[in-house]
Ligand binder design. Structure first.
Ligand SMILES: Cc1cc2nc3c(=O)[nH]c(=O)nc-3n(C[C@H](O)[C@H](O)[C@H](O)COP(=O)(O)O)c2cc1C
Length: 158
């Protein structure tokens, strides 16, 4: 069965909560999902997953260093992640605090890997944003991201 991996960095727990909500959305579509702290994730895991969703707190308008470092090390498999489905999410302190630029930075790294990204015409267009801990709106966005990625994984794995 196609698998989705969710990797995240979280210092204070907000992004971790988002990661588990995204996983609920994947499970709702009947796919197997693994949620891992980036510190515990091996680059080799990337090859096992058809869908890869990454989350980070917004740090100075971009992803936190451990997630960026993970992507830098993913060069080991440059060219081998072509056609996998990607997605991203973030938690920030402020509404205009650089959260969309954080998501776009993560999606940009995925695009450079040749991955496929689907946005949404509703809600948070690039991926869910939570202001600190996820409230109802962000929770829904996280679940929708998981479901969106899972549906596309299923369609493209047929
Ligand atoms: C080093 C550092 C940089 C940060 N930079 C920003 C920022 O640019 N914009 C913002 O809105 N919040 C910023 N924050 C706040 C975090 O993004 C926010 O508290 C987030 O919810 C933390 O997620 P976590 O609980 O998963 O660690 C920063 C926090 C730290 C520690």
């Amino acid at each position: 069965m196609a698998k989705v991996g969710i990797i995240y960095y979280s210092r204070d727990g907000n992004t971790r909560k988002m990661a588990h909500l995204v996983a609920e959305g994947v499970r709702g579509e009947g796919l197997e999902v693994v949620v891992k702290r980036v510190e515990d994730t091996n680059i080799d895991d990337l090859l096992k997953w058809e869908g890869i969703i990454a989350g980070s707190p917004t740090y100075y308008g971009g992803p936190a260093a451990p997630l960026k470092d993970f992507f830098d090390r993913s060069v080991k498999y440059h060219g081998q992640l072509e056609g996998k489905i990607g997605g991203a999410f973030t938690s920030s302190a402020n509404i205009g605090g650089g959260n969309e630029t954080t998501i776009l930075s993560i999606l940009q790294m995925m695009l450079i890997h040749g991955m496929i990204i689907r946005g949404t015409s509703r809600g948070d267009h690039y991926g869910p944003v939570s202001i600190e801990s996820p409230e109802e709106r962000a929770k829904k966005g996280c679940e929708e991201l998981g479901a969106r990625v899972a549906r596309l994984v299923k369609r493209l794995s047929e």
